[in-house]
Design a protein around this ligand. Sequence first.
Ligand code: MG
Length: 173
Amino acid sequence: MLSKKIEEAINNQINAEMWSAYLYLSMAAYCHELGYSGMANWYEIQFKEEQDHAKIFYNYIVARGGRVVLKAIDAVPTEWKNPLDMVEETLKHEQKVTALINDLFALATKEKDFATQSMLKWFIDEQVEEEENARGMIDSLKMIKDNGYGLYMFDKELAARTYTQASPLTKEE
Ligand code: MG
């Protein structure tokens, strides 16, 4: 059985992942507005990935016989100064999510909940990747500055990203 404390913390994490999904969909819309369809594609895939994260936590609560409680999703920002500002906010956001996952792991450790610790390992690794991806985009945009050809190539590169379902969900069906 899940302790009430862990159950509540995971329910909060479902909400945080759904908020992330909502944030990235808002960023995708902003990219479309600027005409960066490749970058929009990247954020639309990110939107799907965040929904996967929420579903993994949802499945975990169900598997442990807990109770899923879905809460209201807060509004997200809709505008940024420029693409660089947006990707910098992406990194800041992912760093916050990393801290949430770390807090969850610390709680599971304190409560001697080994199954939850094991489930969270996938997320700990995932956060390393999320932060690395955001940092990579920041580095590219800083290098490119206002170079039109550079921006064109960067957008083309992000257009090539394809969605793959998160591995903990692939065993589902
Ligand atoms: Mg996430």
